[in-house]
Design a protein around this ligand. Structure first.
Ligand code: 5GP
Ligand code: ZN
Length: 114
């Protein structure tokens, strides 16, 4: 079955791309929950963060993601802070099975789960 984030990475379906390089694509969430809500995903498909963690190139990919977080934080003016979320599998509430991180900010987030 076609993966929607692979299709976004391959430009087969449109998205608002904030930043990309050979390894990572960062684009606006379709249904933002904050003034800034960017999805950060590797272009290569991994189902979820556990799949990424066990992959041979997982550390390399994670490093590319961390660099992209830093760039996107600067591009979107999140120096005052943000929340970075990964929902993993069914109990974590993951709905798109291509690993990604939600970078959320542009306001003070008051709800605290922990
Ligand atoms: P998850 O629930 O897997 O953590 O996050 C999936 C996110 O992808 C949701 O916040 C949802 O709004 C977003 N999303 C789903 N389909 C699309 C799409 O086609 N384009 C974009 N830009 N975001 C999407
Ligand atoms: Zn995919």
């Amino acid at each position: 079955m076609a993966c929607i984030f692979c299709m976004i990475a391959n430009k087969e379906i449109p998205s608002s791309v904030i930043y990309e390089n050979d390894d990572v694509i960062c684009f606006k969430d379709l249904k933002p929950v904050a003034p800034v809500h960017i999805l950060i995903a590797p272009k290569k498909h991994y189902d979820d963060i556990l799949d990424l963690a066990s992959a041979e190139d997982g550390a390399e990919t994670m490093s590319a993601i961390m660099s992209a977080i830093s760039v996107v934080t600067e591009l979107t003016g999140l120096e005052e802070g943000f929340r970075l979320i990964n929902n993993c599998r069914e109990f974590g509430g993951q709905t798109v099975m291509h690993v990604h991180f939600h970078l959320i900010g542009g306001m003070k987030i008051s709800e605290k789960l922990l």
